[in-house]
Design a protein around this ligand. Structure first.
Ligand SMILES: Cc1cc2nc3c(=O)[nH]c(=O)nc-3n(C[C@H](O)[C@H](O)[C@H](O)COP(=O)(O)O)c2cc1C
Length: 395
């Protein structure tokens, strides 16, 4: 019998949801929950998706056909698409060298790649493997000023020009699955150890031959015998700065002469504050529903933020992007670009670089198709209008 699609399995995924389904089968339970889970009741996780569903698209008809134009200029650079890969920690648990795979997939498409402080490849490894990467570095601030300064100097030394300070995760959200899956910090429960044994393909893909990866950016700050997942988790728990403030951000603004973005904005007054501090951008995010459960969807917060900050800094939105139409809606409501968290992680989990690339291509094809069917081929000309029931319609 002829197969519909030759090549690796993941290329048969026609949507991000199908990639997620494949990732769920591929990963052991604890790794899947780490990737997919939200905090507590997962109210915010669901709201993130629901908010996109509530924006309707109102097409115009008989518009002469034009190739859709999805270009956006972000920080002075023209990109083919209004998106970048979000910083996500501990990606090596999904696939060996996952950060490098994500960076390559993004770079091949001219998109920025964000590396987390708690990544499993170091910034030096990323730049060595992908020299033309447009690298954004996400900073979790550290209590030890020497470590903090060293991270900044290393970012500058590898040519990183964009720093994202994450401020919505000074304490880890209440993720019950995490507590359930581990008997002790970084020690899987017996049930999860047995489940791992049922996933030989994942063992080969992620664990073999070195075991659980360490947090490579932080290795050099740890004693030699603690350069492993458990050591890094302990270090982060002890050394992450929990007392962030606007004064701290003002000092960081003085210290970092390149682009500085605040990742963790939901309130318009915080966006105004970021403008006053002379930041280059904000990320409107709820950390993909993984931190404070019950906060609104980011898309619902966007209009009020756009009202106070549009044109004064770049407004980037994340949390819940799973379709090209989601990107279209975010841009119509005033986002300059979006960050992709789980969408590209599903891809990397099932197919490394090619899988991440497939996720990016699915989203960009969906975005182009939607612009054409909407009768508005230019992403920059999209308009959103508020309906009597307070929802938005985009044309
Ligand atoms: C597995 C996972 C790990 C994450 N790790 C980080 C991190 O280390 N630093 C950070 O700023 N945000 C982190 N985030 C949040 C993402 O940057 C982004 O805000 C979020 O994933 C967007 O939501 P989405 O996954 O629905 O697209 C993480 C998200 C996930 C799913």
């Amino acid at each position: 019998m002829r197969r519909y699609h030759a090549g690796p399995d993941f290329l048969r995924a026609h949507s991000i949801a199908e990639l997620a389904h494949m990732a769920r089968r591929r990963l052991p339970h604890f790794a899947w929950e780490y990737l997919e889970g939200g905090a507590e009741e997962e109210l915010t996780l669901r709201r993130n998706r629901q908010a996109f569903a509530e924006v309707s698209l109102l097409p115009r008809t008989l518009v002469p056909w034009e190739t859709p134009d999805t270009r956006r200029t972000l920080f002075g650079r023209e990109q083919a698409l209004p998106m970048a890969i979000a910083p996500t920690g501990y990606n090596g648990m999904l696939h060996r060298d996952a950060d490098v795979h994500l960076a390559r997939a993004a770079t091949e498409r001219g998109l920025p790649f964000s590396l987390s402080t708690v990544s499993t490849s170091s910034m030096e490894q990323i730049v060595a493997a992908v020299p033309d990467v447009n690298l954004w570095f996400q900073l979790y601030s550290m209590t030890d000023p020497k470590v903090q300064e060293d991270l900044l100097q290393r970012a500058e030394a590898v040519g990183c020009k964009t720093l994202l300070l994450t401020t919505d995760a000074v304490l880890l959200g209440n993720r019950e699955w995490d507590k359930r899956n581990f008997a002790r910090p970084r020690q899987l429960s017996l049930r999860n150890k047995l489940d791992v044994l049922r996933h030989p393909r994942w063992i080969k893909q992620a664990l073999w031959p070195h075991g659980m990866p360490s947090m490579a950016n932080l290795d050099r700050y740890l004693p030699a015998d603690q350069r492993n997942a458990a050591g890094a988790a302990h270090f982060i728990g002890e050394k992450m700065e929990k007392h962030l403030s606007w004064d701290f951000l003002a000092r960081l603004r003085e210290r970092w002469p390149h682009r500085l973005l605040l990742k963790g904005v939901m309130h318009p007054q915080d966006a105004e504050h970021a403008v006053k501090l002379g930041l280059d951008g904000i990320v409107v995010t709820n950390h993909g529903g993984r931190q404070l459960d019950g906060v609104p969807a980011t898309l619902d917060c966007l209009p009020a933020i756009v009202e106070v900050a549009r044109g004064k800094l770049s407004i980037i939105l994340d949390s819940g992007i799973r379709r090209g139409t989601d990107i279209l809606k975010a841009c119509a409501l005033g986002a300059d670009a979006v960050l992709l968290g789980r969408a590209t992680l599903y891809g990397v989990a099932v197919g490394g670089q090619a899988g991440a690339g497939h996720a990016l291509d699915l989203l960009s094809n969906e975005l182009r198709l939607a612009l054409t069917l909407l009768g508005q081929p230019d992403l920059n000309q999209l308009r959103a209008s508020r309906q009597p029931d307070a929802t938005f319609s985009v044309s």
